[in-house]
Design a protein around this ligand. Structure first.
Ligand code: DX5
Ligand code: ZN
Length: 223
């Protein structure tokens, strides 16, 4: 099975966002990763729901929305369901930002979306022991969230292995997605460790040929 590739538009050209979405549409990418930051949970502000709605109109790949915001339960509905054309396909919230994680995951799924849980670099995988079976995708942050272009934190590989063991031990169907500092080198190691999906921002959009870079990531085979 090939790895799922989810280019992060955080590194795209915001003056020509439509052009970059079209590039991802043409490419071998599987998902489109959208980073929403509130300036509170992370020390940066990116873009918000109106931008997601506009992207959804032209995207021909599922939207993989990563909420880096406090109290994500206030926004999971977006006031709409997946039947509405503006909703994401996968909605990921941070464990550190969610007091009632179980309830919020059920709310996301009730709206017809896949539910993801992101872990900051310091957050142990073991905190998912009693919730793993309710999670469609775990997003392991391999940088501190808030900015693109940071260096990969090597310890993330250990977390991928631990998470894979937990998923297998509990017979869960959860996918493992990694976000931050992904390139061909770290991507290869991540796939070998058990990652199912790779987010890549600057490595894709700052490369000379983003479509070819996406194809290269797609070729990093899983076993
Ligand atoms: C960071 C975001 C990432 C970011 C990754 O907080 O969650 O999705 O775009 O950027 P790169 O791939 O440049 O590390
Ligand atoms: Zn992200």
């Amino acid at each position: 099975m090939s790895v799922i590739v989810s280019p992060s538009l955080l590194a795209a050209d915001f003056m020509n966002l439509g052009k970059d979405v079209e590039m991802v549409n043409r490419s071998k990418a599987d998902w489109i990763h959208l980073d929403i930051m509130d300036g509170v949970f992370v020390p940066n502000i990116s873009y918000g729901l109106p931008v997601v709605s506009q992207i959804k109109k032209i995207a021909r790949k599922p939207l993989d929305v990563h909420l880096m915001i406090v109290q994500p339960e206030r926004y999971v509905g977006f006031g709409m369901t997946v039947q509405d054309k503006n909703a994401p396909d996968l909605l990921t919230i941070h464990l550190e930002a969610s007091t009632h994680l179980h309830r919020t995951l059920q709310q996301i799924k009730a709206l017809g979306m896949k539910a993801g849980v992101a872990l900051n670099p310091h957050t142990p995988v073991s905190l998912l022991e009693d919730i793993i079976q309710d999670i469609d995708v775990v997003l392991i942050m391999s940088v501190n969230p808030g900015f693109g272009g940071q260096s990969f934190i090597e310890h993330s590989l250990e977390k991928v292995k631990k998470l894979k063991a937990l998923i297998q031990a509990t017979h869960s169907h959860t996918l493992i997605e990694i976000d931050g500092g992904v390139n061909f080198e770290t991507g290869r190691e991540l796939v070998a460790a058990g990652a199912n999906a790779l987010v890549a921002g600057s490595f894709v959009f700052k490369s000379e040929d983003p479509e070819a870079t996406i194809a290269g990531l797609k070729n990093l085979k899983t076993e």
